[in-house]
Design a protein around this ligand. Structure first.
Ligand SMILES: *Cc1c(COP(=O)(O)O)cnc(C)c1O
Length: 369
């Protein structure tokens, strides 16, 4: 096996879901967003760990839903994304719940099901302030009427998405909650069993009034907090289950004043020891971390030396540095009493944790430990 792996800590991940359950209380369902390869954690292995602990899965697109069904997942799966007409068949055949955001799409699904004598579970998405997909609240009632009147569409849920739930300034979220509450009232009169849901991770952390019948925390389930605000109680027990590890693959001694890697963007300041780590931007370890990213080896932190290549990068460990071929290298996670948080990488790359996580691609194996 390639020495570079992403380790998913089963105990920590499971505990995150348990703590979220405690926070939301009995009676509120839990949907695990598992899109984008489960936020880079590995779609299938995460689904298998999570299935006994969650009520629903959420994916972005048809292909992700099919992969889950093919791996044996039987819990309900909601496809968040707007769908294409050609995808209706795949969605229906794989028992995936379709997001309906317009009368046009509702009609397409309705007609498909009539034609092929099928039934299909759907959820209506309302736009309460994200201004992305979703029917506007003022157009909601006719769509609701249509879906409820259809003999082939089964309405299982109505949902909306929060635009800035992690912000310290709470008024936008509060306005969205108010707008969604009015929708929920209308729905419950017509069909009480419909699952109404709004909260993402920020909603779960900072807005208990956004819980309704189900919550959809993605980032939080994987162990990260979406905002800077202080977290107390059950959620404080949540922690990252993701580590990125490799092994030293090469060791050499080089002279003082030597340029290292492409374009010689790093020069040695003494005769020193240079080691190579077999991961690069071709795996999703971003080139923007050249000369700035850090690693932990033998309980010590070192800075990356020079440009990150497609498949490897180098580290100057100094003339007395101790690191040899085969030694474990931690790029994200803990080793001994040292910890390298993904937040550090995100901040050096001027991005968010989400983007760093989903950037790690299929070249790196995911292992559950
Ligand atoms: C991705 C997604 C979520 C999860 O968002 P987090 O910020 O990771 O909690 C929830 N709902 C929808 C519709 C999403 O697309």
């Amino acid at each position: 096996m390639h020495p570079t792996v992403i380790e998913i800590n089963k105990k920590i991940f499971e505990n995150n879901l348990v703590q979220i359950r405690k926070q939301i209380g009995v009676g509120v369902r839990l949907l695990l967003p598992i899109k984008a390869n489960a936020y880079g954690h590995g779609l299938i292995s995460v689904a298998q760990l999570a299935e006994p602990l969650v009520d629903y899965f959420g994916v972005a697109c048809l292909d992700e839903g099919i992969s889950l069904r093919q791996s044996g997942v039987s819990k309900p799966i909601l496809v968040f994304g707007a769908i294409d007409e050609e995808q209706i068949r795949g969605l229906v055949e794989n028992n995936l719940e379709i997001t309906i955001s317009s009368m046009y799409k509702a009609t397409l699904v309705h007609e498909y099901c009539l034609k092929y004598d099928k039934k299909c579970k759907v959820q209506i998405k309302v736009d309460t302030g994200m201004n992305r997909v979703g029917i506007r609240p003022e157009s909601f009632n006719p769509l609701l009427d249509f879906v409820l009147a259809s003999s082939v569409l089964i309405l299982t849920g109505v949902y909306s998405h929060l635009a800035m739930s992690e912000a310290t300034d709470k008024w936008v979220t509060e306005a969205q909650i108010t707008s969604f509450s009015a929708i929920v009232e209308t729905v419950k009169v017509r069909k009480p069993s419909v699952i109404c849901h709004l909260a993402n991770s920020g909603g779960v952390c900072y807005h208990p009034s956004s819980y309704f019948d189900m919550v959809r925390p993605g980032l939080l389930s994987y162990g990260y907090f979406p905002g800077e605000n202080l977290i107390t109680g059950n959620l404080a027990e949540i922690s990252p289950c993701f580590s990125l590890k490799s092994r030293v693959s090469y060791f050499k001694v080089v002279n003082k004043g030597v340029g290292i890697s492409y374009n010689h963007r790093y020069h040695t300041s003494e005769m020193t020891r240079i080691i190579t780590i077999p991961i690069g931007y071709g795996d999703g370890y971003r080139r923007g971390l050249s000369n700035s990213g850090e690693v932990i080896i033998r309980n010590k932190r070192y800075r990356i030396s020079g440009t990150i290549c497609m498949d490897m990068f180098m580290v100057d460990i100094g003339s007395n540095g101790e690191a040899y071929v085969g030694d474990e290298v931690v790029l994200i996670g803990k080793q001994g009493d040292q910890e390298l948080k993904i937040e550090e990488l995100a901040s050096k790359l001027d991005t968010i944790i989400y983007e760093v996580l989903v950037g790690f691609n299929e070249r790196i194996s995911r292992v559950v430990v």
